[in-house]
Design a protein around this ligand. Sequence first.
Ligand SMILES: Cc1ncc(C[n+]2csc(CCOP(=O)(O)OP(=O)(O)O)c2C)c(N)n1
Ligand SMILES: [Mg+2]
Length: 584
Amino acid sequence: MTAPNRNTLWGRAIAAELARNGVRTVCISPGSRSTALTVACDEHDNLNTVSALDERSAAYFALGRARRTGEVTPLISTSGTAAANYHPAVIEASQGRVPLLLLTADRPPELRDSGANQTVDQEKLYGESVRWYKDLPEPAADERTLRSLRTDISRAVGTAEGTHAGPVHLNVPFKKPLEPTPVDGDVPADLSPLAAMGRGDDQPFVKRTTGEPQLDDGDLRKLAEEVSVDRGLIVAGPADPPGLTAESVTAFSHATGFPILADPLSGLRFGGHTRAAPVIGGYDAYVNTAVTESWLDPEVVVRLGASPTSKPLRKYLAGTDARQLVVDPAGAWREAEFTATDLVVADPDRLCGHLSQLVRNRGSADWRNRWVEAESAHSEVVDDRAADLFEGGILADVVEGLPDPSTLVVSNSMPVRDLDRFGGVDTTSVTTVGNRGASGIDGIVSTALGAAHGTTDDVTLVIGDLAYYHDMNGLAAIRRADVDATIVLLNNDGGGIFHMLPIEEFEPPFTDQFKTPHGMDFEPTGELYGFDYRRVDSRSAFREAYAEAVAAEGSQVIEVRTDAAASHEIRDGVQAEVIDRLID
Ligand SMILES: Cc1ncc(C[n+]2csc(CCOP(=O)(O)OP(=O)(O)O)c2C)c(N)n1
Ligand SMILES: [Mg+2]
């Protein structure tokens, strides 16, 4: 293969190796220094490109896509502050174990720290937030350097999607000419086909064979013995992409008799398996209260995924003297109450599958039934509030109205908490997505639209007004990436969550500095970004509008104006009623 110059050859080698390593979609933002990367990815037959105008939204779009698919999703930026705009999403990807690959174009080394235009220090720009960083050599059309480049791309993709998945950063310096302009003699005619084109048959330069970590037989048998108790719980926190497998966790639950306390982002709250397995979803309303105070403690808690969203659940678990086994395939320590007694370094699905065959004792039916009864009391109380307009009720309506299958993206702040407390358990096949790695309210629109790009499911996003405002730029992806979503905008005119904090009592500065009402009318975003926008003011109107929106083509925003303080009162009221019923 010949190329008009070494930069073009370099860009083509990167694009080809990305595709051969399984990459399908690359998100590109405009800029000059990255020209060779952009042109090569754009012209590659097996790569789709998404053009995103601003890098902060681009990175969250890639994050949403990678989170939904589990596929490594590269980003391409020019040099300078463009690359710095990836940082928030890189942090989320790191903490949420999402496979991103940052390809940041840069000036050649001699122009760094020289006062050259659009040149900043991009060395290790994202610090400890990436699993691997490399400043690539300057493009060179020689055998050894091209082999190193092709090897690096296999390594970058492999690291990003490894057991401890996460972002990888390759800084890519280029000298001019950046375009595919012919440069005589720049690419030697006798370059070997292997260096110039890589391996034939679309093979990656380095093929990787990997497996998930698992325990050996002796340790498995010991563990099976240890979980053969009367009272146990399986606590499934937010899952690492691509998610936990319902079959293996429910098999484990069946063998042990342990209820599954399923975080809304665990992937286990919703789906056909909930017909047969004791999946518990209302715990946020009644654990760590007078209800569980009168219960015996669990003896064993098996914890899968990240730390649960529910604070009451975390506090309840911390208050028991149960043995707590934190299962983490990457051997990380995601338990911030410091109540873990055991770290089990194993793939959670495989572990559950193996243990379900070895456990001999099915635990107490009384224990299980307590949870199941609490669950039905909770869902009855939530159903009784079907006419009340409050934020939690809208989440219950969304779950009720989701098409099958669906991808549901929930923003941080109250939406994810309300899904936790009011979403219940449902047989609809729903993949939930949320950014709980760092729990930012930034980039949520882009995350949802990126997830929509990675699935054929209907996609619904539930988002608060400040989070919507934070990433209005992200709405441009509806047209630019040709994706659809139904967006439920819970507009309580500010950060409703702050009512839950003691600062609520301090006025000033509560309203101006914390709740921050802004009075913004978001309706014009419909015209600006090309979707239908409507507003509803009751639960029944919402249910109707939501059903119409999911049945319609294209994207819609349904704004629901709510009162934050009143919503909290109803949340508290529901909780009090559930507790009342359960301690009677
Ligand atoms: C990027 C970022 N900035 C600030 C915060 C702090 N914060 C957490 S929740 C919240 C308010 C969110 O308001 P909104 O999206 O309207 O949701 P609501 O609280 O009303 O449910 C803020 C500012 C954050 N988590 N992330
Ligand atoms: Mg709000």
